[in-house]
Design a protein around this ligand. Sequence first.
Ligand SMILES: *Cc1c(COP(=O)(O)O)cnc(C)c1O
Length: 374
Amino acid sequence: MGFYDDLGVATTINAATTLTALGGSLMPREVLDAMQDAAGSFVDMYELHLAAGRRLAELTNNEAAYVPAGCAAGLVLAILGARTGGDPRAIRAFPGHAERPHEVIMHAAHRIPYDPAVQFAGATIRQIGDMKQTFAWELEAAISDQTAAVLYVWNSSLPPVALELSEVVAIAHARGIPVIVDAAAQLPPVSNLWRFTRDAGADIAVFSGGKALHGPQASGLMVGTAGLDEAARQNGAPYQRWARAMKVGKEEIAGLLAAVTRFVSLDHEALYAESMRRVEGWREAFIDLGGVSLTVESCNSAGQAIPRLHLEVDDRARLKGVLESLSSANPRISVLPDVRNGEEKGFWLTPELLVDEEVVLVRDAVRQALAVGN
Ligand SMILES: *Cc1c(COP(=O)(O)O)cnc(C)c1O
C-alpha cells in the first residue's frame, strides 16, 4: 500500500500544470537520487549553502545564487537583504527598525496574490501606474530614502502596461535602488535563468524549484549579484535570524541543484515537439464532438512555450458535468478551468506532466465525459 492510499488521500493525474496545490511537479530519478544521497550524511549547512550557490551560479551564468524554500521565500529573503544590506546588527534590530528603508515599489499591473512576501519582509508596497499605463516619471517620483527595492513580476498573463525591465533597472540603479524580479514560472527557456539579471541588469531573479525545474516542491532558485545574494543569505537559516522560519534542508539543496543541472541540459525543443504532438492527438480525438471549440495553444498561462489544448464548451451545464466527472474519476483528473469574469467557459489540458499512458487515459476520460453531456 502506498503512502497516499494508506492515508486515504486520492492522487490525481495532473493535466493542469505545475500547481503548488497539486504538489508542484514530480521529481525525476536524478533529483530523487541526489536527495537520497544528501540525506545520508551530516554536513555544515553554511558550507553547503555557499558551495551549492557557487555551482548554481556557474550553471545559470550569474554572479551568485542561493536556494530558498520556494520563490515566495526567495522574494522575502531578497527584500530582507535589500532592507538590511545583510548587516547582522540591522537584522538583529529587525522588525520595525525605523531607520531601515521600508517601501517596495511595484507596478499596479504586477499586484498578484504573492504580494504578502513584501509584508512578510516588514515592508509596505508603494504602487505605481494603473491597469492602463505606467510612466517613467511615476517610478522616479516614487523613489525616496524610504525605498528598499523595486519588485518586478515577469509574467505574460499580466496586463502589458508595466515599464520595460531595463528601463526600471536604469532608473532604480541611478538612485542606488536594487531591482528584484519574481520569475517564478518563467522557465523554459533556459536563457531566462540569466536574462533578467545578467542581461537586463536586475539584481536578483527568483524562480520556483517545484515548477518547470521539477525540483523539490519546497525549493526555489535565487540568482543574481553577489552583493544582494549574500545580503539575502544572511537573513536565512541556518542563522537564527528573521527568515529562519523558511529554511530548506540539505535534501532540498541537493535536489534543486540536480534539477537545475538536468534542466539546463534538456533538449527543450524536442520536449516541446513531443508535447505539441500530444496536444494535436487530443484535438483530433475530440474534433467530432459538437458544441466544443478546440484551440491548440503554443504557450501556457505564464507565457512559457508549453503547448496545451483549450476546450470551450458552449453549454454551461454540460461543462459543469464534464468537470465534475473528471474530478470524481478514478484516478482523479485535474485540468485547468478557464474562468472569465467569474464564469466558467471551458478548460485547458496540458500534457507536459503526463506519461504516455496518462495522455491516453485523459483523452478517453475527457472524450467520454464530453460525449455524455452531448
Ligand atoms: C508560483 C509563483 C510564486 C510562488 O512560488 P513558490 O515557489 O510556490 O513559492 C510567486 N510568483 C509567481 C508569479 C508564481 O507563479
